[in-house]
Design a binder for this molecule. Structure first.
Ligand code: SAM
Length: 235
């Protein structure tokens, strides 16, 4: 019997999907069958050790009604609807994602909200034309991508940051040694998240080419397991 080719050729769900996605995260984000049952609030809640609501609030609190928001990657569960509802019809909401099935899910969630849309795009290179945003957010994307992609994503987001506007990064940080979750995450990272622990050692601003031009603020959660970092132009 001929060996099955992976990633499958001529399968639109795998077309132009970056190698790290098919090599490391196929089961979680690329394979459409798995994405079908993983995309729900409980998966996010358990992955985030029941911190999902406060981490989403940290993002939503930065989103005023009527604002223009770009979220650079899709997230399982109802986060995208919550952001879209929050900006409301006087604002705009764009979600981009590099994986076809995730764009499909986001589009289905945003159906009927004509101020919100989901399109395919790699957060490290995507350019939304001349569109301007009040808030650009990466919610748990950075820990999932290789180092060079982290640099590309942070700098692409900074490139699209207007004066007086804000970047929001919600992601892992460096858990305190006495936080038991630290050791659970070490185990999980070893097997499933090879790019995650870089955020334990490096600040998000370390990925920025010109970090000193921005004001960086950080709030941590759950004894350092998570962080919410914002960046704004100094002027
Ligand atoms: C935001 S992260 C993880 C969020 C969280 N773990 C959850 O529960 O969904 C997952 C998303 O990032 C997307 N992604 C990975 N690399 C990307 C890139 N370079 N540009 C845009 N999206 C990317 C994946 O396709 C996936 O939909």
């Amino acid at each position: 019997m001929p060996k099955k080719c992976f990633p499958p050729i001529d399968d639109p769900y795998y077309e132009n999907v970056p190698e790290y996605m098919t090599e490391v995260y196929d089961w979680a984000y690329v394979n459409p069958r798995n994405a079908g049952w993983l995309d729900n609030n409980w998966v996010v809640r358990i992955l985030l050790f029941f911190n999902d609501q406060r981490l989403m609030r940290a993002y939503l609190n930065e989103v005023p009604e009527g604002s223009r928001v770009w979220q650079v990657a899709h997230v399982y569960g109802e986060l995208v609807q919550r952001v879209a509802r929050r900006v409301g019809p006087k604002g705009t909401f764009l979600v981009t994602d590099v994986t076809p099935v995730q764009v499909e899910h986001a589009q289905a969630k945003l159906a009927g909200m004509d101020w919100a849309r989901a399109v395919r795009g790699d957060a490290g290179v995507y350019s939304p034309g001349g569109e301007e945003f009040d808030v650009i957010c990466s919610f748990f994307l950075l820990h999932e991508v290789p180092e060079a992609k982290k640099t590309a994503v942070v700098n692409n987001m900074l490139h699209h940051l207007g004066k007086g506007k804000k970047l929001v990064f919600v992601d892992y940080y460096n858990p305190k040694p006495w936080q038991p979750i630290r050791y659970i995450l070490k185990f999980v990272n070893h097997f499933l998240e090879p790019f995650a622990e870089a955020l334990w050692k490096k600040e998000i601003s370390d990925y920025a080419k010109d970090a000193s031009r921005y004001i960086w603020r950080r709030e941590t959660f759950f004894a350092g397991v998570y962080q919410c970092v914002t960046a704004e132009h100094k002027e």
